[in-house]
Write a protein that binds this ligand. Sequence first.
Ligand code: NDP
Ligand code: GDR
Length: 326
Amino acid sequence: MVKKALITGIAGQDGSYLAEFLLSQGYEVHGIVRRQSLENPSGKLKNIAGVIDRLTLHVASLESHLSLYKVISQVQPDECYHLAASSFVSYSFDDESSILAINFNGTHHLLASIKDVAPKCRFFFAGSSEMFGLVQDSPQKEVTPFNPRSIYGISKLASYHLVQNYFRQYDIFACTGILYNHESPRRDFKFVTRKITSSVAKIKLGLQEKLFLGNLDALRDWGYAPNYVQAMWLMLQNSSPNDYVIASGKNHSVRDFVECAFRYVDLDYRKFVELDPRFFRPSEKIPLKGDHSKISTELHWQTEKIFEEIVSEMVENDLKIFSNAQ
Ligand code: NDP
Ligand code: GDR
């Protein structure tokens, strides 16, 4: 029997890689997109353009319980990967309602629908290192106490608790991957890595003069997105639902990323980078860095691509995009 997978956020960075991976494993792949995405396929659906003919897309939105219920009833998936979210982290708490409506209520609508009409469906939830927030220890493990400081982190942590309770109360195979930052040429331009690599490409091609950034000393644990979606799949092949930290286990600063990206095109970043207070966020005293030993030991997941390789692949890709656009 061909397995059916449903991916929310299929046109996002992770959703698109996961769709390709599941197709390569012989799955029938269904994905949820918003109506606006179908109206602008060359924009919002570009990440899945290469495989769109092999996917079945459904229009639904995380804010609408009914739309999700209908998709789950119709598809009857064996596995559901819940990746859609309002994924940009803001510390301003100025848009709490919409972030909670999308990230928390959306997770609830999906789980409740699965419980009612597809209780055998296995459920993966994309949690985040932002659930740990202000930490006392580094690296963080699955047992590290959570202390989120953004509404995004709170919405992910609340969803994590909901996911655990759907397993305990209703015996749904539901689990959370606690994902640290992961990047790729499909990363959205608002995130710092893609902002840097696209600017480096444009500066090299003479299309941009300066790159304005926030805190260059902020540390992140950066991994490779195609590698992280394999961890999601492994988690749903497990004998029982379990939560795992998915991380590279290494810290680099934004400055390291900038230096590496400019070096790739033989430029000195100090001539082009300027600080802009608009992009500053309070930095962590103890950095977010994950310990992936549980998933490596239990599910044999291994990290792929070192930091420098990820940076080079992203710069190379942006050089192609912006030279073709000229
Ligand atoms: P993206 O931002 O690239 O993709 C998110 C997707 O969610 C987009 O396709 C977006 O659609 C969709 N979406 C947003 N709001 C809604 C809505 N209301 N209804 C339906 N769909 C919606 O994220 P990533 O692929 O990078 O991340 C995947 C998941 O992993 C997210 O949940 C994120 O929070 C989490 N995560 C990601 C990390 C990372 O480093 N990438 C690290 C930790 C966690 P549209 O294009 O229409 O906006
Ligand atoms: P993050 O990613 O907030 O970690 O969330 P982002 O790339 O936005 O920030 C990473 C670090 O870079 C610093 N920074 C800047 N960030 C942005 N966006 N723009 C800048 O100009 C800039 N200058 C410095 C930030 O302060 C931060 O320290 C990502 C998302 O994918 C979430 O969905 C996910 O949950 C977390 O990673 C883990």
